[in-house]
Design a protein around this ligand. Structure first.
Ligand code: 5AD
Ligand code: SF4
Length: 459
């Protein structure tokens, strides 16, 4: 009988992307996907270790699988990702029903491992860093599987991180920085474009240092080469480190027509004292100077950020400086997190831990402020025309199969600044305006909300 697999992915875009390739590798091993864990012969959990909450989520999912394994002893339970890399022994010890623990650099060996576990019926752990070029290629050459490739795809350009920010587990679980060859990246993107993809997001923990170690091309050179791929409309990237954001890269936003007018530039804190304790290696003044460089190259650029509240030693005064920085920069939106200890990091050893209650209060205050600023930013777009890359019919349209007005259809897409726009278009004009997933259209923005905009294509 045909074997089935189920994948549960927790965490960042890197993990989502890895899971798509694991999906392809599993199919190569003769397994078919199932949307139901109960029907699976193999369950793969791709874990995230970035914050405590994500890790708890992994253990609680694994805990629930114990009963399933009792009922079906032939079920294979595999754990991959960052928690697997860091905590293989603990998983094996605490979770007797887990068969396979795979580190973040073991996926290229997955076919051999699956065969071994089915044949030998014993527990296997592979958290080795050693990845032969063939194994790496086995993994990268897997075409990510998604039912419909869609309009927008991720492309990994580098892996790992050498920065060792005091709170962060990434350098420990993803290893040292290594960049992919530009030819390989370009050919992957050309291939995606041929299949209908119109936007790519280049992924790496610190894209600014792309190619530096290997002495291949620089990140802005890579962007320029991608910019010249025909039929690709948009390029995005994430994540940049403020300390490495060069003038040259800032200027690409004014130079490259396909590069979206948006940058995600995590600041983490507005206090120099905390930035130093975090080992971020820049100051508040430097961060502001980089924002200035970006805005002078491209005045309309949208800026988003990440912030950690309650880092060990953070005083009320430090937190006020973060709020002040948020007001000064005027971010389009942000992600903010309560600090959590991560095993092996320097911050876990620091004194001055902030009580949970204060962290929660600070997070609430911060979100309250940002909500107002985001809305203001969104409102500033009302009454303008925005170029939208169309994703497809909006969720509302799919659910109700129609807007409230039967003569209109509602579609959705994003601006260059990464804002979601739902827009109405007269049904009989759909064809005239050539509206389809992957089309670029000009939409007149009429209303602003906290997380999206709405508008129409005038007849
Ligand atoms: N605690 C809280 N937030 C963290 N982040 C990374 N490590 C931690 C931690 N230990 C946040 C940072 C980073 C984002 C991906 O997750 O803001 O930019
Ligand atoms: Fe973590 Fe800092 Fe590397 Fe980002 S740059 S992945 S926060 S160590």
């Amino acid at each position: 009988m045909e074997k089935r697999f189920y994948i549960n992915t927790i965490g960042c875009q890197m993990n989502v992307h890895d899971s798509e390739r694991i999906h392809a590798l599993m199919q190569g091993c003769g397994y078919r996907p199932t949307p139901f864990p109960e029907d699976a012969d193999l369950i793969f959990l791709n874990t995230c270790a970035i914050r405590e909450k994500a890790e708890q989520k992994a253990y609680s999912f694994l805990g629930r699988l114990a009963a399933m394994k009792d009922q079906n002893p032939n079920l294979i339970i595999a754990v991959g990702g960052c928690v697997a890399q860091q905590d293989a022994d603990r998983i094996l010890e605490r979770m007797a029903h887990v068969d396979l623990v795979l580190g973040t650099r073991a996926y290229g060996r997955l076919p051999g491992i699956i065969e071994k576990v089915s044949r030998e019926k014993r527990r296997i752990v592979d958290v080795d860093a050693g990845e032969t070029p063939e194994e790496k290629e086995t993994f990268f050459s897997q075409e990510p599987v998604k039912a419909d490739l869609g309009v927008s795809r991720f492309v990994t350009i580098m892996q790992g991180c050498d920065n060792f920010c005091a709170y962060c587990v990434v350098p420990f679980v993803r290893g040292r920085e290594r960049s992919r060859n530009p030819e390989e990246i370009l050919s992957e993107i050309r291939d995606l474009v041929e299949k209908g993809v119109r936007e790519v997001t280049l992924l790496g923990q610190n894209v600014n240092s792309y190619g530096k170690k290997e002495g291949i091309c620089s990140f802005s050179e890579l962007l320029a080469r991608i910019n010249s791929i025909d039929n690709l409309y948009r390029i995005r990237f994430t994540t940049s480190h403020p300390k490495d954001l060069s003038d040259d890269l800032a200027e690409t936003f004014g130079r490259l027509d396909k590069l979206c007018r948006h940058i995600h530039l995590p600041v983490q804190s507005g206090s120099d004292r905390i930035l130093k304790r975090m080992n971020r290696r820049y100051t508040r003044v430097h961060y502001m100077d980089r924002i200035q460089a970006l805005r002078s190259a491209c005045p309309e650029i949208a800026v988003t950020t990440d912030i950690i509240v309650g880092f060990p030693g953070e005083t009320e005064g430090d937190f006020q400086e973060t709020l002040d920085l948020i007001e000064t920069v005027q971010f389009d939106s942000l992600f903010a997190f309560k600090y959590s200890d991560r095993k092996g990091t320097r911050a876990a050893e620091l004194t001055g831990k902030v009580p949970e209650k204060i962290k929660a209060q600070r997070l609430k205050t911060l979100f309250g402020l940002q909500r107002v600023l985001t809305l203001e930013k969104n409102r500033a777009l009302v009454g303008t025309f925005q170029e939208i890359l169309v994703d497809g019919p909006s969720k509302k349209e799919k659910k109700q199969s129609g807007t409230t007005d039967p003569g209109f259809a509602q579609w959705t897409g994003r601006t260059s600044g990464n804002k979601i726009v739902n827009f109405n278009v007269k049904k009989d004009a759909l064809f005239n305006h050539r509206i389809h997933s992957g089309a670029q259209v000009r939409v007149y923005v009429q209303q602003a909300f906290a997380n999206s905009l709405s508008g129409e294509i005038p007849a």
